[in-house]
Write a protein that binds this ligand. Sequence first.
Ligand SMILES: *[C@@H]1O[C@H](CO)[C@@H](O)[C@H](O)[C@H]1NC(C)=O
Ligand SMILES: *[C@@H]1O[C@H](CO)[C@@H](O)[C@H](O)[C@H]1NC(C)=O
Ligand SMILES: *[C@@H]1O[C@H](CO)[C@@H](O)[C@H](O)[C@H]1NC(C)=O
Ligand SMILES: *[C@@H]1O[C@H](CO)[C@@H](O)[C@H](O)[C@H]1NC(C)=O
Length: 684
Amino acid sequence: MDGSYVKIIFLLLFSLIPLLTDAACPRGCSGHGTCGAGGVCTCFPGFGYSADCSLRTCPTGPAWADKASAADTAHALVECSNAGICDRSIGICECFEGYTGAACRRSSCPNDCSGNGVCMTIKDAGLYLGRDYDSKPGATGGDGMGPKYTNWDAESIGVCNCDFGFFGPDCSRRMCPKADDPITINQNYRSVMVRLNTGNGAGFGGTLKVNYLGHIAEFSMTTQWTPAYCKQQWEKLDNIETVSCLVDEGNSINSAYEGKNATMNVTFTAFPTLPSENNFFSHTGNPPISSFTCDTSGIAVTAGSSKSCVIKDLISTDVREYEFCGRRGTCDFSSGLCYCFIGYTGMDCTSESLSMSASNAEPALGVTAVGNDFIGNVLEVQSQKAAAADFKFMSCKADGTEVFSITGQGRINLGELVITQTGATIQDGGLMIDSGGQTISQHGMFVTNHLGGQNSLQVTSSNTAMTSATIAAYSATTAPASKPNFNLIEAGESSAALMFKVRGDGKTTILGGGLSVDAGGATIASGGLGITNGGATIQSTIESLDHSLYVMSGASIYNNRKNHTVLKVNAGLDTHNGTALEVSSDAAAGNKFYSLLKTVINADADNGNPAQTIFRVSALPKTEILAGGLDVWAGGVKVRAGGLRVLAGGATIGGGGISISGATTFADAVEFDGAVSIAGATVD
Ligand SMILES: *[C@@H]1O[C@H](CO)[C@@H](O)[C@H](O)[C@H]1NC(C)=O
Ligand SMILES: *[C@@H]1O[C@H](CO)[C@@H](O)[C@H](O)[C@H]1NC(C)=O
Ligand SMILES: *[C@@H]1O[C@H](CO)[C@@H](O)[C@H](O)[C@H]1NC(C)=O
Ligand SMILES: *[C@@H]1O[C@H](CO)[C@@H](O)[C@H](O)[C@H]1NC(C)=O
């Protein structure tokens, strides 16, 4: 080697020495550490694993598994608790499946507690849910906190604390209703005594807490513990339905009794049907005394006083069960519903669905559907055969005689039907009453018909020798004043638009349409016929009738209309060949006091003038003209017999003269009683 080269290398080496001693730490410890002697980095917390402090460390926890370091010693602190890989670029553990936490220290809870609970560490579960205890023998008054757990896995292993109503390691199972087994004879009620020993204390304040299976009853130290207060406070707990309390009144805790013990004897008379229990807290009717703990930590006492609490069993044998489905069904833990065994029903299977009895007063066979929300069939009777009349679903017999039956086609035969509520609605098939008739004692009967081609009410008397009414409308109304105001019968479009009515007082009124007598005529035996308007038109089209109007006890026709004809008799046929008006009497001739026909003017004899008869056809028989004379305008007067006698007034012949025929002599022709005066004529 050339000497000059050696020299140069030597110089180079020496010039590098200060570099290697002062600034020898790699990459200046990456800014995450201090450079120490010998160029070694001392990394800041959180960095390490590389000489230049460029990598991060991860959080540590007790190793889930490692090599034991001494007898019963393992689980040393390691990064990511040996249950994950540290991502050194960011210093975060990537936990293996089933592990969680910054240092993968906790195992995750199974199925994340199925969404029905919270995941807790062993330590927390013990501390917050564990049994509160007091190390003093016999004493249970504690501080409200459970046991402390400090082993390596205290904060490692997760355990589900299920919501009340759920249980199972992953809180996936639902609790079914719980109840007393209805068959067992154990019927004692669980009973405990809670006694608060107050020593010689004075000035008590605060609250005593009694923890019962995860629920806490609180008792104020400034409220008198009466049985009612005790009951009220216990029954606030969701896992208790009812209690009864006996309280040592003399030792009650209140200001008057400070320094004395107080006792509550509590009898649990019912636990809730839907249990407020979970995987940590449950019982089957006889919760052990360890289920109850006192927490006196909330009781304030003045210095020098003491406080302690004792809970003792009073009754703990032969107590009523508190079992899923009352032990009379199986619990479907996925739905939390009971499937009751045959003979039992209800949400907790404690109601008998089928009962049989030989007692005189109990049903011989009882079927009960329990629950207000029941919507099924209480009793279902089925036939595989289709509906038919030749079998029965039910036949009820009393002493061998059938009193009620339901046929295979749904026909009901029964002795008597009494409807006490809601009435009967017939939706199809109508109602047929074969015998026994129908009596409606209240509310009357309303018949509505929607069919156009059907009579709304048809009443037929099928007896051919009827002696009573087909329709009878009777009214018991006796008050005279109300009689005209109600109708025995009325007809019309509505009660407001009547056409016809028979009133309660017997008067029949036609309000529309008039009266048409098509046959049989009308006979008025009494009371007559009054026509106040419209007049009367009497027509006959029947040839065989020899009269149109026949009035037995006389008819008066009044007309107060000025220009009208009062009575018009018209034989309406052009071919008429009968008598238009016949006035006749069955009385024989000779009685001059009755008239066949009489015409009178001023009949009402008013204005000071008497009534005056104009002419009269009497029964003598004789036609008399009593006033006004006889005025013949045409046709003349022909006297066929009896001749013509002029007794007064004489005879004046104004024209035409006199022609006498049939006489042969003048004397034979003319006989003079008085004088004859002939004016303006010449005698031949
Ligand atoms: C509570 O029960 C105990 C034990 O039976 C009894 O000695 C005590 O008198 C009872 N207390 C009350 C208030 O009934
Ligand atoms: C309270 O009860 C304890 C026993 O539990 C007893 O030693 C003490 O004398 C009682 N105090 C009173 C005032 O009765
Ligand atoms: C009655 O008849 C006369 C003569 O035809 C007539 O002038 C008069 O108006 C009529 N009166 C009535 C009320 O019709
Ligand atoms: C009219 O009546 C008379 C007497 O009853 C009878 O002889 C005559 O034939 C009748 N004339 C007609 C056209 O019916």
